[in-house]
Design a binder for this molecule. Structure first.
Ligand SMILES: [Zn+2]
Length: 171
């Protein structure tokens, strides 16, 4: 089990993590503006867009802990997200699209992949944080949470359909 951020380490110090499939990394949920995830020596710094939307409401300590679970969820659910992307690339109709059609379809696949990964990571955060997750939001409701699920599920389904649909022969 990894060491999760506590009151003593609110997330600013990188915490070494190990995924269930052996990949090691480091996660630092530095503050509400910046996250650092290091995997296999490669830094993947990014603004925490999803965490910024999802962690509205709960106090800072809960926010950072739940954000940590979400970032860890990205590492843990990476194979699932990769499998979905591989499925899209394998099953997608790629021939005879032309450059514009090919780019549009690749973009749809990328959006669907990203949405599936976000959904998987947040599901991981719910399961990983357990009662803590429910407690944090029951005490401090966040009206934007349903929006996250609605938008991500829509993007995942729509992006997948657009990637897999038969090509438009009329064009
Ligand atoms: Zn995320």
């Amino acid at each position: 089990m990894s060491r999760f951020p506590s009151a003593a380490n609110s997330g600013a110090t990188p915490i070494p993590v190990r995924s269930w499939y052996g990949l090691r990394g480091e996660i630092a949920v530095e503050n509400e503006l910046w996250h650092l995830v290091k995997v296999a020596g490669v830094s993947l710094n990014h603004p925490p867009v999803v965490n910024w939307i999802m962690r509205r409401g709960p106090p800072p300590e809960d926010r950072l802990r739940l954000s940590f679970f979400h970032e860890y969820g990205h590492l843990q659910t990476f194979p699932l997200a990769l499998a979905h992307l591989a499925w899209l690339l394998f099953m997608g109709r790629w021939r005879g699209l032309g450059a514009k059609g090919l780019l549009a379809r690749l973009a749809a696949a990328a959006v669907a992949h990203e949405a599936v990964w976000e959904l998987a990571s947040e599901t991981y955060a719910i399961l990983g944080a357990g009662p803590e997750y429910r407690r944090a939001y029951r005490a401090h409701p966040n009206p934007l949470r349903p929006l996250f699920w609605a938008v991500m599920v829509t993007l995942a389904i729509l992006g997948s359909i657009l990637t897999l649909r038969p090509r438009d022969d009329a064009s």
